[in-house]
Design a protein around this ligand. Sequence first.
Ligand code: TXA
Ligand code: MG
Length: 301
Amino acid sequence: METRVLPFDEEAIAEAARLILAGEPVAVATETVYGLAADATNAEAVARIYEAKGRPSFNPLIIHIPDLPAAEYIGEFNEDAHALAAQHWPGPLTLVVPLRERAGIASLVTAGLPTVGLRVPAHPAMQALLRAAGRPLAAPSANASGSISPTRAEHVSKGLGGRIPLIIDAGPSERGLESTIVAATSNSLRLLRPGPISVDAREEGGSRIEAPGQLASHYSPSKPLRFNAGQAGDDEYMIGFGAISGVANLSPAGDLLEAAARLFDLLHQADTSPKSRIAVARVPDEGLGVAINDRLRRAAA
Ligand code: TXA
Ligand code: MG
């Protein structure tokens, strides 16, 4: 795939919005770091973020929205969250709040969690894209897995060139540091990731915060799970893949993008079924299958 780099202007944003609505991820400048944005209501578009980054695991992603009302449509804001949003948005603050079901956010965005990370960015390029696309945009930093966050379009080209269709270049990021993340999911605020904005919140984890994603309690089904399964036992809810069928199938065609997009929906479905256990067919350990198997391995542990 050829990666175009367009300077930020009206035409570039129109093209980026067209790609987003077609389910493609697009890299765009924000005030913190460059983000790799995709339609948060389109599970396969979100799976393409993971495919492009080559990330071997699923982490909940931050959703970007143009303003506070759009954020409140997706998440539930308590008084503390509301006050922080009013004070710091638009800006480099991400709030983790309870997710509203009706918002239609793909379960892959939150990695199956009942909470969601929301941010109203200040940067005019990301703001323009949000308004032109008219969709909430899931966007992690636009780097390949394992490399540092990009603060220039050239960094994005170097890491993701050939893997994404478009980069919107708006010069170097002003902050150069990822947003502060604060969870407002209980009575007290918790700092999940320090960043450009200082917030009076309890620090998470006690020691050093290295990988905030690892600290987020990850969604796992409540029932015992077995993977690489050939067929289901009587007490098992079978999730198939390809030719190995089940009550549900991650992708009858054996398509890993589709499987990634459906993974958390089907795990939730299995979890709420009357069966006491879950079995999942073998998924090839390549491409997005690596992240899928990582999730299944943890769920089985
Ligand atoms: O500045 C930023 O925040 C940049 C720009 C592009 O907006 N984005 C960014 O995204 O840094 P990413 O995916 O690289 O980091 C998102 C972090 C992850 O560590 C993830 O675990 C955490 O946010 N996160 C997202 N949703 C969460 C949730 N529901 N619960 C806990 N942590 C969450
Ligand atoms: Mg990152």
